[in-house]
Design a protein around this ligand. Structure first.
Ligand code: ADP
Ligand code: MG
Ligand code: MG
Length: 352
């Protein structure tokens, strides 16, 4: 019999629209000739307010490519559509908080049904930039210097703010990057060049998250590596992102034509193999599973390779880096999606 794949998309995060695009691409791949005899797709849509929609409505969202708007607040956020009981394997393709951070993964674990991607620990450790960097440091992976700040410190009374800013200036200098710990797509991130900008950026980041990270700014090329597998993960060829904006901010990421993707990245083979090795180490260090995109800074002037972050549910549209890097490595989109489901089944049977 065919496996029923619960394609779970949308979600309560700023990356809701990207998730719809990713889910469309994955449904297309599961319905393609290579996969159609193995899988049936049951889509489930999580609205921006958190309500789950059954396959009939979810399919309309996939077909239109548009989020449901003007939602009435629902009293039944935790009522799952009855069709959820028919799912043999879940494919969550939710980006950011409430989807990529271990929350959904905990729910699916409790359901005792296999699911694509990392479990609770890998998802949570990969999402929180402070936890992630602490894990990377422990694994001996080189990265930029960083300082941890809490919302409580930013809003403290008596005010510790001036001392906090003094410490950041002394430890990191300018420019530095201020980031809410638990977001993605560059939301809430600021590059700051002086005290006034630093204070404003900390205040802004505190409005997004209780936890904030401030990093030393580096001048570097941005290189990414796709990882696929469970206990023996493989690394793809590398991709490089180039752009003319100040940094890879939200607008540059999502406006057609502002960023260019180069695959494979034009780098010396020794740099490529070091990055691939670091990507696999990072994947293991946070206990990721199935898939991750690991992002790096390559400081060309010194040859330094610094890990920037891991994304455990990276963008998965037809033009996204993750599937494109695999396509250039010889794994076409349809096969990639098939492999991810098989890795989900393998992981489920080995962790039971
Ligand atoms: P997100 O998870 O939202 O993608 P990142 O930490 O990857 O957040 O930061 C987004 C972008 O900001 C990076 O791709 C890069 O262009 C820029 N950036 C972030 N941190 C630094 C840094 N320490 N030095 C230089 N550029 C940075
Ligand atoms: Mg990220
Ligand atoms: Mg990033």
């Amino acid at each position: 019999a065919k496996l029923r794949v619960g394609l779970l998309f949308g979600g309560r995060s700023g990356e809701h629209e990207v998730s719809i695009k990713s889910a469309r691409a994955i449904q297309g791949a599961l319905s393609a000739d290579e996969n159609a005899s193995k899988y049936d797709v049951l889509p489930f849509y999580i609205q921006k307010d958190g309500l789950w929609q059954a396959p009939a409505t979810a399919q309309q969202v996939l077909d239109s490519g548009k989020a449901l708007q003007n939602l009435a607040p629902s009293p039944n956020l935790w009522q799952f559509p009855a069709e959820a009981n028919q799912v043999d394997v879940w494919f969550p393709i939710l980006h950011g908080p409430n989807g990529e951070d271990g929350t959904i993964q905990g729910l699916l674990t409790l359901m005792q049904v296999p699911y694509v991607g990392s479990g609770v620990l890998g998802s949570a450790a990969g999402m929180d930039k402070i936890a992630m960097k602490d894990v990377f440091a422990q694994a001996g992976l080189a990265q930029v210097k960083y300082v941890v700040v809490t919302r409580a410190q930013v809003y403290s009374n008596p005010c510790v703010f001036p001392k906090l800013c003094d410490d950041i200036e002394a430890n990191l200098g300018y420019p530095c990057f201020v980031k809410p710990a638990n977001l993605g797509s560059s939301v809430g991130i600021a590059k700051v060049r002086n005290r006034t900008e630093l204070e404003a950026a900390l205040d802004n980041a505190a409005s997004y998250d209780r936890r904030i990270i401030v990093e030393q700014g580096v001048i570097a090329r941005e290189v990414e590596c796709a990882v696929l597998g469970n206990d023996n993960p493989k690394a793809s060829v590398l991709g490089e992102i180039t752009f003319s904006s100040d940094f890879y901010d939200y607008e540059t990421k999502y406006t057609e034509g502002l960023a260019e993707l180069l695959i494979p990245a034009p780098l010396p083979s020794s740099v490529v193999s070091q990055i691939q090795e670091m990507a696999i180490q990072a994947f293991a260090a946070v206990d990721a599973a199935g898939l991750s995109r690991v992002d790096f800074f390559y400081v060309e002037s010194t040859g330094e390779i610094l890990i920037n972050e891991i994304n455990t549910l990276p963008g998965f549209t037809a033009t996204s880096m993750y599937p494109q890097m695999w396509a250039h490595t010889g794994v076409p989109f349809t096969n990639l999606v098939d492999q991810l489901i098989q890795f989900a089944l393998e992981r489920h049977s080995s962790t039971k």
